[in-house]
Design a protein around this ligand. Structure first.
Ligand code: AMP
Length: 425
C-alpha cells in the first residue's frame, strides 16, 4: 500500500519557494522601478503560457545544452502532448511573435515579460528550481548593435535604481554562422591536446557543444582555458565591425564594461554579442543576454534579427538585501474600526464601505467581538486613531474618535465621520 504522507510534513517542492507577505515589499520595490524604466524606454508587456511544447526549447536552446539535457520539467498530458514548464523566456516570446504575426506591428518590437521559470537544478544559494526573470526583447530590428545597448542600458538602469553599486557588464562576441565554425575547430584542436586533464563533462562538450568548454568552472579546466585560442582572432570582418561599433556605443554612454573572451553563454541560439551583468567581485550573474538573429528561422519564422536580456529577480533581491538597503513601506494613516455589540457591528460594515468610496484606508478585526481583542489588534497594526462605535453611539448615530497615543477622544455624528477623518489625515 502506498505510504500516506502525514499532512503536517508537506513542504514546498525542493528548490521552490513561497513568497510570503513579508517578502512582497521587496518584489513591489523591484516592480516599481521596472515599471518606470520600461515605460521610459517604451517596452510593451507580453505574457506567454507557463507551459510550452517541449520541442520549442529542444530546437532553439539546443539539445546539447544543460537546460535541455538536464534541467527541463517535461511531462505528457492526458492528450499525449509533451509539454514543459518553461525553462527560459526568449524562445516563448519568439514563438508568440511568429504565431501572432507581430512582425506586422511597428518594428523593432520592444517587449518585456516577468514571470516564473523552471529548471531542474541542484538547489543552492541563488540557484533555484523555480525562479523569476524580468526580460527584455527587441525583435525585428536589423543587425545594428545599437539594439544590444538598448537592452543593456535599461537593465543597468533598473539595477542602479535599486541602489546596487559596482556593476560590471562582461561582454563578448561569439561570431556568426560563417566564422564560429572556424573558431570551434581551433578550440577543438587545442582541447584535443588536453583530454586527459579536462573533466568528464568537458570531454563530452568537446564533441557536443565545444563553446561550453570555456564555461567550465572546474579548477583544472580553468587552467587549460587560459591558454585557449581567443574568438576575437577568428571572427569575420562583419562580426568584427559589429562588435567594434557595439563597444563604441558602450563607451559613448560610459557603461561599466569588461571584455571577457571566455564568455559564451549556455544557449545555442545566441550569435555575436553576449553579455552578463555582475556586481564586482561576485561570480553570480544578476542578468544576462545576447543577440539571437537565427532564432526566428530555427522556429520556422522569417529571418528576424533580435536581441534580449533577462534579470534574475531573486538574485537581485538577494543583492539588495546584502547591500543593507531597506525598501520603504508606504506610511498610510492608520485608522482602526472598533465596535461593541451586534448593531454597531452591522453599522461598521457599511462604514467600512463608505471609507472605501472616499479612498480612505482603514483596518478592522471584525471577527473579534471583544473590545479588548479589537484594541490589541489596533495596537499590533500600529493604528493612530480608533473609531469606536458602541451600542449607545449606534442608537444615537454618533461615533467616538479616539487618539490611541494620547487617549483623547471626541464624539462626532456618524454622518460626518468621513469629513472629520479627512480633516485629520
Ligand atoms: P539565463 O536565462 O540562464 O541567461 O539567466 C538569466 C539570469 O537569471 C541569470 O543571470 C540569473 O540571474 C538568473 N538565473 C538563472 N538561473 C537561475 C536559477 N536556477 N535560480 C535563480 N536565478 C537564476
Amino acid at each position: 500500500m502506498a505510504k500516506v504522507k502525514k499532512l503536517t510534513s508537506f513542504q514546498a517542492p525542493k528548490g521552490m519557494h513561497d513568497l510570503l507577505p513579508q517578502d512582497q515589499v521587496w518584489w513591489d520595490k523591484f516592480r516599481k522601478e521596472v515599471k518606470e524604466v520600461v515605460e521610459f524606454y517604451n517596452f510593451a508587456r507580453i505574457d506567454t503560457p507557463i507551459l510550452e511544447d517541449a520541442a520549442l526549447f529542444e530546437r532553439s536552446v539546443g539539445e546539447a545544452t544543460d537546460i535541455v539535457e538536464k534541467q527541463m520539467f517535461v511531462f505528457r498530458t492526458k492528450g499525449d502532448d509533451r509539454l514543459v514548464l518553461r525553462p527560459e523566456g526568449t524562445a516563448s516570446v519568439m514563438r508568440a511573435y511568429i504565431q501572432h504575426g507581430l512582425s506586422h506591428m511597428g518594428q523593432p518590437l520592444k517587449l518585456f515579460y516577468e514571470g516564473p521559470l523552471f529548471r531542474y537544478e541542484r538547489p543552492q544559494a541563488g540557484r533555484y528550481r523555480q525562479f523569476h526573470q524580468f526580460g527584455l526583447e527587441i525583435l525585428g530590428g536589423d543587425d545594428d548593435p545599437i539594439y544590444e545597448v538598448q537592452v543593456i542600458v535599461p537593465i543597468l538602469r533598473i539595477l542602479e535604481s535599486l541602489k546596487l553599486k559596482k556593476m560590471v557588464v562582461k561582454v563578448n562576441t561569439i561570431g556568426c554562422k560563417t566564422c564560429r565554425p572556424v573558431y570551434i575547430k581551433k578550440l577543438q584542436d587545442y582541447y584535443k591536446g588536453f583530454t586527459k586533464q579536462i573533466c568528464k563533462d568537458c570531454n563530452r562538450r568537446l564533441h557536443t557543444n565545444p563553446l561550453r568548454l570555456l564555461d567550465c568552472k572546474e579548477p583544472d579546466c580553468q587552467k587549460i582555458k587560459q591558454g585557449a585560442p581567443s574568438i576575437l582572432d577568428s571572427i569575420c570582418s562583419f562580426c568584427n565591425k559589429h562588435f567594434k561599433s557595439f563597444l563604441e556605443y558602450v563607451e559613448e554612454l560610459g557603461l561599466p564594461y569588461q571584455l571577457d573572451v571566455t564568455l559564451v553563454r549556455g544557449l545555442d541560439y545566441y550569435n555575436r554579442t553576449v553579455f552578463e551583468v555582475f556586481i564586482e567581485g561576485s561570480d553570480a550573474a544578476l542578468a544576462s543576454g545576447g543577440r539571437y538573429d537565427y532564432l526566428a528561422e530555427i522556429l520556422g519564422g522569417r529571418s528576424t534579427p533580435a536581441v534580449g536580456g533577462a534579470i534574475g529577480i531573486e538574485r537581485v533581491l538577494e543583492a539588495m538585501k546584502a547591500s543593507g538597503m531597506q525598501p520603504t513601506v508606504k506610511n498610510r494613516a492608520k485608522i482602526f474600526l472598533i465596535y461593541i455589540g451586534a448593531l454597531a457591528k452591522k453599522r461598521m460594515l457599511s462604514l467600512l464601505e463608505e471609507f472605501r468610496k472616499s479612498n480612505i484606508h482603514v483596518s478592522e478585526s471584525f471577527g473579534k467581538n471583544s473590545l479588548n481583542a479589537q484594541l490589541r489588534s489596533a495596537n499590533k497594526d500600529g493604528a493612530a486613531l480608533a473609531l469606536i462605535l458602541g451600542q449607545k453611539e449606534a442608537f444615537e448615530g454618533s461615533v467616538i474618535i479616539r487618539d490611541l497615543k494620547t487617549g483623547v477622544q471626541e464624539t462626532v455624528p456618524l454622518k460626518k465621520i468621513v469629513v472629520e477623518i479627512k480633516k485629520r489625515i
